[in-house]
Write a protein that binds this ligand. Structure first.
Ligand SMILES: [Ca+2]
Ligand SMILES: [Ca+2]
Length: 88
């Protein structure tokens, strides 16, 4: 009985771990720009970027013109470059 319960809890833990680590760095599962742009002003600033695990860390790399905000183009193109290192 104890064994069964432990297996269930372990499975749950692994599931949560996979979900959280898949957040950004692992490429294809990046959130859509509109999801991050909470105030819908058309840009994502650092405050909004903090909602997404790992995004703040690469914010400077995505912010091509270094104005402290990400446009949809900077966001999608920046992430594309990160996923395709050969393109740099
Ligand atoms: Ca915004
Ligand atoms: Ca920018």
């Amino acid at each position: 009985m104890y064994g069964k319960k432990n297996v269930f809890l372990n499975g749950l833990g692994i599931g949560l771990l996979v979900i959280s680590s898949a957040a950004l760095a692992d490429s294809n599962t990046v959130p859509e720009f509109g999801t991050i742009d909470k105030n819908a002003d058309g840009t994502v600033d650092v405050t909004e970027a903090k909602q997404v695990k790992g995004l703040v860390e690469i914010f400077g790399q995505l912010d091509a013109n270094a104005d402290g905000k990400l446009t949809p183009t900077e966001y999608t193109e920046g992430l594309k470059k990160k996923q395709d290192p050969a393109g740099s």
